[in-house]
Design a protein around this ligand. Structure first.
Ligand code: CUA
Length: 339
């Protein structure tokens, strides 16, 4: 909406579509509300008490009119539903080539991790023209990630992962708001998305200037691998499956058979759950002996562990052998230097 200051600018691929739906709804509402209001006034005057208006004509038996006022609104309402539902489905399903970035909300800030290892607070650097999927969680209460210029908003919940995606269409800075009242400083839980040219973004990723990390950092998967050894996970979850716990190689996104009955897809939520509440869903054939890591790992670290387990996805060999072409091979990193 160029020139209308009441409206945020359109800066993502869905912004125009969301606005079109929104204006269609306003137009449709006006198309009913204006004639009805006008007729209320007109009839009020025409048929006021004491007026000499003709009151003999009756609509009784006019089935065509009844059909019309039943089916026209029905078609309009179902049409609006179909339109809105298809847009909603589009907004809720990230494209397969989306890059992934991780967001943790807390009172009162947004913490961001890029798979390449860059971390930032209340800032989110992204490339223009590229789909970006955000996987988000909260470490305390419910927040809501909202970027008005992108027309996206998604609740960020403690104890589970939610996702949202967008593709920015112009470079620049756009405000991030928290759209769920989350306590005293809710109004100050703001940040900004910095949309950059892809080349600039690559430069930024590989050690650009950020408050969080001045030098090129470890990838999330590499940080996860360090945690995996320092927390002792690697003692039981051996690569070759000879440990007391199941091997985690290649499990990500695959169904896992559970103790007792059923299976579960090993997605982000399941892995997080297995770290914090390991007794809840034990993999078939293993003893429920894993201790909970509740209170020992932060939400940021859990995301790193997940990134590491994900990086084991396509490997059949131990992680210490690098995969050609893989940009985030954890095995390429040095072993932990400190305990
Ligand atoms: Cu976080 Cu409101």
């Amino acid at each position: 909406m160029g020139g209308v200051p009441l409206f945020p600018q359109q800066a993502s691929t869905v912004a125009g579509r969301v606005d079109a739906l929104y204006f269609a709804l306003i137009g449709l509402s006006l198309a009913f509300a204006v004639p009805i209001c006008a007729l209320i006034v007109y009839f009020g005057v025409k048929y006021r008490r004491g007026s000499k208006a003709d009151r003999t004509w009756s609509l009784r038996g006019q089935w065509r009119i009844e059909l019309a006022w039943t089916f026209v609104p029905l078609v309009l309402a179902v049409g609006v539903f179909a339109w809105a539902a298809s847009l909603y489905v589009h907004i809720e399903r990230p494209p397969a080539d989306a890059i992934e970035i991780f967001v943790v909300g807390r009172q009162w800030m947004w913490k961001v991790q890029h798979p390449e290892g860059q971390r930032e607070i209340n800032e989110l650097h992204v490339p223009v023209g590229q789909a970006v999927k955000l996987t988000m969680t909260s470490q305390d209460v419910i927040h809501s990630f909202y970027v008005p210029e992108f027309r996206i908003k998604q609740d960020v919940l403690p104890g589970r992962y939610t996702t949202i995606w967008f593709q920015a269409t112009k470079t620049g800075e756009f405000r991030i708001n928290c759209a769920e009242y989350c306590g005293t400083d809710h109004a100050f839980m703001v940040g900004r998305v910095i949309v950059m040219d892809p080349a600039q973004y690559q430069a930024w990723l590989s050690g650009g200037n950020t408050a969080a990390g001045p030098t090129s950092p470890e990838t999330m998967a590499a940080s996860g691998q360090l945690l995996f050894s320092s927390l002792g996970c690697s003692g039981c979850h051996r690569m070759d499956g000879s440990g007391a716990g199941p091997s985690l190689v290649g499990i990500f996104g695959k169904p896992q058979p559970l103790q007792g009955d059923g299976t579960v897809i090993a997605d982000e939520g399941y892995i997080r759950n297995s770290i914090l509440l390991p007794q809840q869903q034990v993999v078939a054939g293993y003893q429920p002996i894993m201790p909970s890591f509740q209170g020992q790992v932060s939400e940021d670290q859990i995301l790193q562990l997940i990134a590491y387990i994900k990086s084991l996805g396509n490997q059949t060999a131990p992680a210490n052998q690098t995969t050609p072409g893989a940009q985030a091979t954890p095995g390429a990193q040095a072993t932990p230097g400190a305990p």
